[in-house]
Each structure stands twice: as C-alpha cells, then as structure tokens.
Design a protein around this ligand. Structure first.
Ligand code: 5AD
Ligand code: SF4
Length: 444
C-alpha cells in the first residue's frame, strides 16, 4: 500500500496553487492523498503570513499534529511533518525551536526540494530538522513535474514575488522580488491543464499585471500579450487574472477586456484606501483619482465589467476623513465583491513602526461600517441578476441530490438542480433567487 500525504493550506490563491503543485509532485513520487490527517504518513502545512495570528494558528495546528504523530508512533507508524510557505520565510529557525518535532521547513521558493527532503529523512540521513529559506537563483517552476488540472477551474502561476513594497505588506520579504515565467512555459502548462479537463484558467501572480516574461524569441512581453496567446488555445472557455496593481493597468491590458471574448467581465483591482494621504503613506504608486480613471476606462472597454477590491481600514494615522474617502470610492465604483481587513502590524515592515497606530476599537468600527456598505452593493448586484440567463461552470456537488454548484462569470456561487453528468461543464441557468453570498437558478 502506498504511503499517504495530507496537506493543509492557509491563505491566498497562490498558496492553493502551490499546494496543488506539491500534490502533483508527491503523486509522481508514488504517494496517495488522504483527507484524514490521522492516516497520513506525511503531513504538510502550507502557511500564510499576510495578517496577524497566522503564525499562532500554525503553532496550534502543529501542536495537534504532534499529538497525532505520537499516537501513530505507538502503533509503529512514522509521521513526517513539514511546514512550507510564507510563515517559514518570516520565522525561519524559530519554527524548529518552538516545534522541534517538525522534520522540515521550507520557504515558498524552495518547495521543489520536498521529494529530496523526504527521501533523506526516510533514509535517516537527516535526523535533525531542516530549515531552508533561500531565495534560489533558479526558478522552482523549472523543477516541478507537469501540472494536472485541479478541476474545471485551475490556477496557473505566471509571476511570483513583488517589488512594490507597500509599507504594510510582508509579501516582498516572504516571496522575494518579481519573477515572470517565460511565455512558452505558461502556454505549455495551460495546454496541459486544458487537456486534462480545465475550462477556466486563472493566471496568478502577487502582482500579475506587471508580468514581463520572455517570449520564444527572447523578447519581453506583457500580460496583454500573454492573455491573447492563452485565449488562442483550443478548448479554453474562460480566463481570469489575479491580483493586479492599479499603476500597472496599461491601455493594452484594458483593451483586452473589450477584445478577448473569453476574458471574464470581472476584475479584482485592490485600492486599499480612498485617501491620497494614506495611499502615499502606504507607498502605493497611485492616487484615488488615478484608480477611478482606470475603472472608468475599464467600464468603457466593457460596460458589463464587475469590480472587486481589497481594503485596509485603520492604517496608521487614518482619520475619520480618510476613512470617509474610502467609503466615497466604494459608493463611486459600486463593487460587486470585495475583501476588507483591519490593518495588522507586521514586524519588519515600515508601517509597523509608524506613529499614530489606530486603536483596535476604531479599526473594528470602521471595518463594520465598510463591510455593511460593501455587502449592500454585493446584494444589490446579486439581486440584479434575478431573471437573467447566465452561463455557469459547474464544479462542486451541492447538499441535495442532483444539486450542483457552479461559478458565474462574476465569481458568484450559483446552486442549480441538474443532472450530475453536467459536472465540470458550462450550462445556461435562469437565476430565480439571490442573497448576499449566492444565487440559485433553473437550468434552461
Ligand atoms: N494588514 C491588513 N491587511 C493586509 N493586507 C496585506 N497586508 C496587510 C496588513 N498588514 C491585505 C491587502 C492585500 C491583501 C492580500 O491583504 O489588502 O491586498
Ligand atoms: Fe503586498 Fe503591495 Fe506587493 Fe500587493 S502590491 S503584494 S500589497 S507589497
């Protein structure tokens, strides 16, 4: 019987993608996946460091994993515990100090080393825990086995790292400087995903629209070029790209929203704050006005586009007037979805030591006000879909028999009664009901 692995993933879509690549790598090595941690010979935690308590959550999960490791040992079974991802990059050897039962810890750019690490641990060549947080010169992507579809919707990382250094953010420190994969590599991975059942590809990067990969002739190409190339692939039904930085939205990329039929009419474009004073302190290279002008151009390119964003409330020195400017942007753009967070002090970032840190109570109040407003717009948008016929990509089983859950072009979840053979297909659905978080409809 083959050995089993269990992976728990925290955080962003990049981590979900990384976990899927790790899973492919382990399957290639002959391991089998299990969803039960108790049955796993290898337990991996893919961690996130973007906001507070991520490290604390990890250590409590590790505590539980240690108990299971000890229980299994009583019946003669060995459990290898590994930690990968951004917390490793930030905490480094601290992880092993606090959790000495962890066998290995690798930063986000080193996970192609996992099979080698497992082999060495199993041959007892490495009895001590290993930590590796290098930023290697070679790209991890060159060392990974070919990617298989993760279902009808798959992520594909085209870019990693960030050079923007927003003053609140740990990403440039945990994921390193920007790296763009060559065009040919991206197309090869996209082809393989389409050949193994994917219909929708979401091109990923921490700063995806600053993509500048080399083409087949060694020429640097931007995201607009890459989108056209991916859109030409046989069998592709939907394309998305996440996450974009406002200052990198060039006119060619905006034009893609008019010219590429399979590019979904939805864009996640974080603004973070509506106050120019705060945006400056955040080291963002755009003002609220710049952002609104980009949204206007996008709406001109595709009048049906739906916008999404990230917001931070309670950044150091944020006043009520600054916060009101954030609400003004929300009222102007009318986001159809959004993510909002209380500012979280991250050690080592410039904002962590800025004066006038905002009290927790005020952060909480502002977050509630902002989220209520965002939910109102989201609900209004969902209600406006009632009566419309929408193509839905079915990708999950629902709770009831014959119910499937799918995704609309606008990333809404939609429940529909339909033949289960329609799983992983796109069908047309008439929307009959809507709430803040989902839609339901009838197959037509
Ligand atoms: N505190 C709160 N939110 C943060 N984000 C990044 N760093 C922080 C922080 N220190 C949010 C930003 C970013 C999203 C992925 O996480 O809004 O766009
Ligand atoms: Fe972090 Fe800013 Fe880079 Fe986004 S653009 S990953 S918020 S530094």
């Amino acid at each position: 019987m083959s050995e089993k692995y269990f992976i728990k993933t925290f955080g962003c879509q990049m981590n979900v993608y990384d976990s899927s690549r790790i899973a492919d790598m382990l399957k290639n090595e002959g391991y089998e996946e299990t969803l039960k941690q108790q049955d796993a010979d290898i337990v991996l935690f893919n961690t996130c460091h973007i906001r507070e308590k991520a490290a604390e959550k990890l250590f409590s999960d590790l505590g539980r994993a240690h108990l299971i490791q000890l229980e299994r040992l009583e019946t003669g079974k060995r459990t290898i515990i590994g930690v990968v991802g951004c917390v490793v990059q930030a905490e480094d050897a601290q992880i092993i100090k606090r959790a000495p039962f962890v066998n290995f810890a690798l930063g986000p750019l080193m996970y192609h080393k996992i099979p080698e690490m497992l082999r060495e641990i199993k041959q007892n060549k490495k009895s001590e825990s290993v930590v590796n947080t290098e930023f290697p010169a070679e790209s991890k992507f060159d060392y990974l086995p070919e990617n298989r579809a993760q279902g009808a919707c798959s992520f594909l990382a085209i870019q990693e790292g960030c050079n923007n250094f927003c003053t609140y953010c740990v990403v440039p420190y945990t994921r390193g400087v920007e790296y763009s994969r060559p065009v040919a590599d991206v197309l090869k991975e996209a082809r393989r995903l389409l050949d193994t059942g994917t219909l929708e590809i979401n091109l990923l990067g921490q700063n995806v629209n600053s993509y500048h990969g080399e083409d087949e002739n060694g020429k640097e190409r931007d995201l607009a070029y890459l989108l056209h190339r991916v859109a030409e692939l046989d069998g592709i039904k939907r394309i998305r790209y996440t996450t974009s930085y406002p200052a990198d939205m060039n006119d060619d990329l905006i034009a893609c929203h008019k010219d590429i039929a399979v590019l979904m009419p939805y864009l996640h474009l974080p603004i973070q704050s509506g106050s120019d004073r705060i945006l400056k302190a955040m080291n963002r290279r755009h003002t609220a006005g710049d952002y609104l002008r980009i949204v206007e151009k996008l709406k001109k390119a595709n009048p049906n586009i739906g916008m999404s964003s990230d917001f931070i409330v309670g950044f150091p020195d944020e006043t009520d007037e600054d916060f009101q400017k954030t609400l003004d942007v929300v009222n102007e753009v009318k986001y159809i979805q959004a993510f909002s967070f209380k500012y979280s002090r991250r050690a080592g970032t410039p904002a962590a030591v800025m004066p006038n840190q905002v009290e927790e109570k005020i952060k909480k109040e502002r977050l509630e006000i902002l989220q209520n407003l965002l939910f109102d717009y989201q609900t209004k948008f969902n209600l406006s879909c009632v009566g419309k016929i929408i193509p839905v990509l079915l990708e999950q089983k629902g709770r009831h028999k014959d119910q499937l859950i799918g995704r609309t072009p606008y990333m809404q979840n939609l429940h529909v009664e339909t033949n289960s053979a329609n799983m992983n297909k796109i069908i047309n659905v008439k929307v009959v009901e809507a709430t803040t978080n989902s839609l339901s409809g009838k197959e037509i």
